[in-house]
Design a protein around this ligand. Sequence first.
Ligand code: LRH
Ligand code: MN
Length: 427
Amino acid sequence: MILDKSLIEQHNQANQSLHKKKFEALSAVLSGEGHDVKTILEKIAAFQIAIPSWALGTGGTRFGRFAGGGEPRSLEEKIEDVGLLHALNQSSNSISLHIPWDIPKDPKAITQLAASFELGFDAVNSNTFQDQADQKESYKFGSLSHTDKAVRDQAIQHNIDVIRHGVDLGSKALTIWLSDGTDFPGQQNFRRMFERTLDSIQQIYAELPADWKVLVEYKPYEPHFYSTVIADWGTSLLFCNKLGEKAVGLVDLGHHLPNTNIEQIVSRFLMEGKLGGFHFNDSKYGDDDLTVGSIKPYQLFLIFNELVEGMSSPEIKNPELSWMIDASHNIKDPLEDLLQSVEAIKIAYAQALIIDRPALEKAQAENDATLAQEIMQNAYRTDVRALLAEARQQAGAALNPVAFYRESKIREQLVSQRGAKSFATGL
Ligand code: LRH
Ligand code: MN
């Protein structure tokens, strides 16, 4: 669906006076606190988040899936939907593909279509957690860690094929999330599983183009419920250090046991120069893949505090990061959910940018925990949404993307074009 840009101008006109009041009031406060609002706006505008190709339809659980209608039926329609998101927020300028859910049959045409929406391709994701219809070897008992070399070789070849697809699209990174693990004590030898997996990923690593990264994603459990080969950040870092400088860790916010201090994990990866990127989402219990910032917005702010502090520190030598969402929409409209997630990520980033860092470092040096919290929460309790809206408006996007999406009845238009039962590949 091609969006008529003049509709966005009309929307912004209609919302101008209230926005102007909010933005001017916030700018006055921030300038009063010594912040350079122009620079902050530039940083906010430059911050782009990749949209997962597998999260443009309705997600589900083993207990059910309730399709919302108007879902993209092909990679081309998925690119159109991401193009729509980017037109509304000028903050989602790339797609992260999952293979084989979204194989680019004609890469040239796909890159041209994406470029027509000002979109590129972030990391490509392999999939050795499902058996495809035409597959010779089963991944029931694992893939890159499997005891049978034939299964490992098949999984290695799949990852190499995924790299090839990525190269055709201009992607610069392969994400490996390995579901391999066990469900019962004694089922496998932990050390042997690790060694087989390392040997397999080393063979994949050898096929990476010079300017590529491999993002090693960890997850404590699901689909296996006793052990997972790459279960935690320490294991991901171990693999990255053994593989080489192209290997970096991928932090999926939902892949941590309850009450894990994720912001400290981010600080550790940054310190080692091994932070590769994020799969942003939110969760209450497990890998719930909920809207970013919908459950634990303060944790997201604390993570961005580590990122802003780390990335502005001369001590830290960390490669460019992949900022990606990984979500599943069981009840919300997928596009509204993604618009809210991008907004929540940029709110956390903007709040981290307005932390009074010299004062915080002084409070930390003097062990003044009370003052440190005052400084942190002054930033966190600052409503920065007018900054994001202004950055969007200056970039030609909508002041309020979700409101625009609804008042323009975009889902209704998609349903009339694609039908109420159209089905999107993915989770
Ligand atoms: C695993 C995961 C991984 C993807 C999948 C869609 O839970 O986070 O990043 O491959 O979701
Ligand atoms: Mn993920």
